[in-house]
Design a protein around this ligand. Structure first.
Ligand code: ZN
Length: 153
């Protein structure tokens, strides 16, 4: 086959699975920081990614997020079965446009709703398998940096 390789990653491929998945918003402005937190802050290299607008909101059972939720829950069930997940990380982020634009919350109410959704999403994950370890975090902006706060769920 005539392959036209245009780029080769310097990162070596590692076959071993980490048995962890993270559900977070697809907002690319926080993508690198999320990766860094999961890799270095939580020690989870090669975690499985479930990124969609609003992130954990998709597992909250909200009516407006119903279709997104169906897809994400099915994907999580698939990863759980095929990759033998043992833990799921849920991360919401400050200033998430999904909450204001799609769900219609005023800016002042967004964080409270996100925290409620982290709790609901944690319950949904436990509903898939009660043995799964669930941890939740809130990514907040500290001036020009992103910091991660643990959220009890
Ligand atoms: Zn977002």
């Amino acid at each position: 086959m005539d392959r036209r390789v245009v780029y080769q990653s310097p990162t070596p491929y590692d076959e071993a699975r980490i048995h962890a998945a993270a559900v977070y918003c697809s907002d690319g402005r926080v993508g690198d920081q999320l990766d860094e937190f999961l890799h270095h802050g939580l020690g989870l290299p090669r975690y499985d990614r479930l990124a969609c607008p609003g992130g954990p909101s998709s597992l909250s059972g909200r009516f407006l997020a119903f279709w997104e939720g169906q897809g994400v829950e099915q994907q999580l069930r698939f990863l759980h079965r095929v990759h033998a997940l043992r833990q799921v990380i849920l991360i919401a982020h400050e200033g998430c446009a999904y909450y204001q634009v799609r769900l219609g919350f005023p800016a002042a109410e967004v964080e409270r709703e996100q925290r409620t959704d982290l709790e609901r999403a944690a319950k949904a994950v436990i509903g898939i398998d009660g043995a799964l370890e669930v941890r939740a975090f809130f990514a907040l902006r500290l001036e020009s940096r992103i910091a991660f706060e643990a959220v009890a769920v």
